[in-house]
Design a protein around this ligand. Structure first.
Ligand code: NAG
Ligand code: NAG
Ligand code: NAG
Ligand code: NAG
Ligand code: NAG
Ligand code: NAG
Length: 459
């Protein structure tokens, strides 16, 4: 009896010690100070929440502490840059801010809060920690509409960013896709349309794009998909568009790959509570289900009652040995040029360089190919290649390295059914026609004053 008591006491002491470590080390605790409010701002109902920690539970705080101790998210690149914000998201219990830094993991920073007029809420700042790399979680503050991050408490903050509303009772989308940042000179217009239309057919309803560089011609199709005809209630802009576009732009150049790492972190935070499932793939990749009459969303819905948080998808390389057309010509061109029909020679399914679909709210740390840390209680599964693969159209002409990748692979012909490609082509044609086919103005159908006296009127 005495012994049991002693063991219990020791365990309690250890737990208490660990608890102190967690809260002291990482500042996940703050004594609430009186925050000074001006009364210029109307505070919306959703914004009356105040929290004092970034971990909704002790268990989550513990896991986070463990991940930090194990150093699971270190990039240590790009240290010559000034701190700037990529995104800021408000969730029910906390706020996440993504930043452009790739060398500050585990460093302390201050979350700074601003009201509707961008005046700082005095006394509201909170000492947080960058973790994972490029992400800062901050507690919520009543009335905060803008946030920023600084290294020291009194530093001049980088331009505060408006919080993106993510306080949804249930996710707005069931399946969304994060598309790796755009770079390079290959024309993208046909791929953008094909990528979106294809994944819509598999059940995706939203797409997050990040842009490093894009031609103005390719940008037009993105603008069309983005078309926001939404309305606004407080911060909640409902978009009837299919996509959200974030341009990654800053003074300091960095290798493309470095931006991709930031895109992953930002998109994880961006999709959290907004989308139930999020896939992380590139514009030259397409997720295909292979069972008859079953789309990807059907497969995901079957997992509803499980604790699955990550699905790893096998990789099928497709030989891309042709050029992508630079401009739209006509519908015949589209029928022949959509990748799904044009390239059909594939390598067998493989796990090397697989990609993942996640439940963003159940994931602690994400990376390009897979999850690095799951929240406690969740698991990861591998998808059978008989049910699903993602096809990766891998260039054999213009790769920076390794045009000969197909040399030692067993290549075979694996076309997608023409029933499917016909339907896909039809959807792509409809979209690109609307954007790129121009019907010249016919003067006899336009009121005369619009064509005759314009020059005079301008003066
Ligand atoms: C930045 O990174 C370079 C290369 O890794 C390193 O030599 C340098 O000391 C770093 N500078 C700082 C301020 O950390
Ligand atoms: C997501 O799934 C739920 C439940 O299956 C359904 O009620 C809802 O309409 C779906 N949302 C979208 C955007 O498809
Ligand atoms: C950006 O893309 C355009 C169009 O593809 C290209 O002309 C330009 O050189 C690119 N710029 C950079 C910095 O890559
Ligand atoms: C697929 O759906 C079509 C039409 O809804 C139906 O005729 C066909 O039998 C289905 N095939 C399978 C394998 O369920
Ligand atoms: C293919 O195999 C040959 C012989 O083993 C090797 O020399 C070559 O580097 C391989 N090519 C690739 C792309 O791996
Ligand atoms: C312009 O409109 C007129 C009247 O609708 C029509 O008769 C004519 O054929 C049109 N011209 C062209 C080039 O479309």
């Amino acid at each position: 009896m005495k012994r049991t008591f002693r063991i219990c006491l020791v365990i309690t002491l250890i737990l208490f010690f660990v608890y102190l470590l967690v809260i002291v080390d990482y500042g996940e605790f703050t004594s609430p100070l009186p925050i000074i409010y001006s009364n210029q701002c109307h505070i919306s109902v959703w914004n009356h929440v105040e929290t004092h920690s970034i971990s909704p539970s002790f268990r989550k705080a513990m896991s986070r502490h463990l991940w930090m101790t194990l150093d699971l998210s270190r990039e240590g690149s790009q240290n010559y840059t000034q701190l700037s914000l990529i995104g800021a998201y408000v969730y029910p219990k906390y706020i996440s801010i993504t930043i452009n830094s790739q060398s500050m993991v585990k460093q302390s920073v201050y979350c700074r809060y601003f009201d509707c007029k961008r005046n700082e809420l005095l006394g509201s700042e909170w000492k947080g920690v960058i973790f994972p790399e490029s992400v800062v979680h901050c507690p919520r503050r009543k009335g905060a509409e803008f946030v920023s991050v600084t290294k020291e408490m009194r530093d001049e903050p980088p331009t505060p960013m408006r919080l993106k509303y993510r306080i949804y009772e249930r996710p707005v989308h069931n399946l969304s896709i994060c598309v790796a940042a755009f770079y390079g000179n290959e024309p993208k217009w046909i791929q953008i349309a094909e990528f979106i239309e294809h994944h819509k057919m598999e059940g995706a309803t939203f797409f997050y794009f990040h842009i490093g560089n894009i031609s103005s011609y390719d940008r037009r199709i993105l603008d069309e998909y983005q078309k926001v005809q939404g309305f606004r209630i407080d911060l909640t802009t409902y978009s009837s568009g299919d996509i959200e576009v974030k341009v990654l732009q800053e003074k300091y150049e960095r290798p493309f790959y470095a931006w991709q790492l930031i895109e992953i972190q930002d998109c994880h935070m961006r999709s959290k509570y907004h989308s139930k499932w999020t896939a992380f793939i590139d514009i030259d990749e397409r997720i295909h289900t292979t069972e008859k009459n079953k789309t990807f969303i059907d497969i995901l819905n079957e997992l509803d009652e499980t604790n699955v948080a990550e699905i790893k998808m096998p990789h099928v390389k497709v030989v891309k040995n042709g050029e992508t057309p630079p401009k739209y010509e006509n519908s015949e061109q589209i029928k022949n040029e959509i990748f799904t029909r044009k390239y059909t020679k594939t390598a067998p399914p493989a796990w090397y360089a697989s990609k993942a679909v996640i439940r963003p709210d159940r994931i602690g740390i994400m990376s390009i190919h897979e999850v690095i840390a799951l929240e406690p209680g969740y698991k990861s599964i591998e998808m059978d290649s008989k049910k699903l693969v993602f096809r990766h159209y891998k260039d054999t002409l213009h790769r920076v390295s390794g045009n000969d990748w197909a040399q030692n692979e067993t290549i075979s012909d694996n076309p997608i059914s023409s029933e499917y490609t016909d339907l896909l082509a039809k959807k792509v044609i409809e979209k690109v026609k609307f954007v790129y086919e121009k019907v010249p103005a016919n003067c006899s159908t336009i009121p005369v004053y619009m064509t005759s006296s314009r020059h005079e009127q301008k003066r």
